[in-house]
Design a protein around this ligand. Structure first.
Ligand code: NI
Ligand code: MN
Length: 227
């Protein structure tokens, strides 16, 4: 059983066979968060890009829990410079095997500057293939990209897509992304954290389920989806 938990914004936990991945951990300063950075105990922390609402509490949680950080080379180097001990650098198009499965970094069209102004490399997303074959695609912050059509070959079980517009895809483009990726399930995120990214997830769900064969799961904050 694989369990996905939405912590608000684009912060997710995925629990699989006793291993917990925490993606884009943003608790401090996240108006949508209902738990704190001290409430999570991940084994791995994945960071899609350098913006503060994604790298967020990665340093704190990695140091406190000893979790291994997986991110691009620049962000991993930046975190190691702050004393994070366990980290694995990837870059776009590359993947690596971990005890739970494989993580491949995918293209995102966005920025990646770190909160202190350091260079954060290129932004990315993650294609996670667990050892039992289940696949989760986490798009990160991104525009619609035609490269998403390549994911149709992957038989993605769950795609996590931003729908909030302004900084990322909005609903129109996220529906197109679903048509490109053809996942079994899509979970919308990166919306309603602030007024700038207000969006109606139920409008997204109606569009997805009327225009595609994909099921849309709208989670509440701390809501879960198991598959
Ligand atoms: Ni961003
Ligand atoms: Mn963001």
């Amino acid at each position: 059983m694989t369990k996905i938990v939405w912590h608000g914004h684009l912060t997710f936990s995925i629990q699989h066979n006793g291993v917990t991945l925490l993606i884009d951990p943003f608790f401090d300063g996240n108006p949508a968060a209902k738990i704190s950075k001290d409430d999570v105990k991940p084994d791995f922390i994945l960071v899609s890009h350098g913006h503060g609402d994604h790298v967020g509490d990665a340093e704190y949680i990695a140091k406190k829990t000893g979790a291994t950080v997986i991110s691009n080379f620049e962000i991993v180097t930046w975190l190691q410079g702050k004393g994070v001990e366990k980290a694995h650098p990837l870059h776009i198009g590359g993947g690596a095997n971990f005890p739970f499965g494989r993580v491949k970094m995918t293209i995102a069209h966005h920025g990646s500057g770190l909160p202190d102004g350091s260079y954060g490399g290129n932004p990315g997303g993650f294609l996670i293939t667990f050892n039992d074959g289940k696949k989760v695609y986490f798009a990160g912050d991104t525009a619609l990209t035609y490269d998403m059509t390549l994911l149709a070959d992957e038989n993605v079980d769950v795609a996590i897509l931003p729908i909030g517009d302004n900084f990322t895809m909005g609903i129109d483009d996220a529906v197109k992304a679903v048509k490109f990726i053809q996942p079994k399930v899509v979970i919308p995120a990166h919306y309603n954290t602030w007024p700038l990214i207000e969006a109606d997830p139920n409008e997204f769900k109606r569009r997805v389920e009327s225009e595609t064969d994909t099921k849309c799961v709208v989670l509440d904050v701390e809501g879960t989806y198991e598959f």
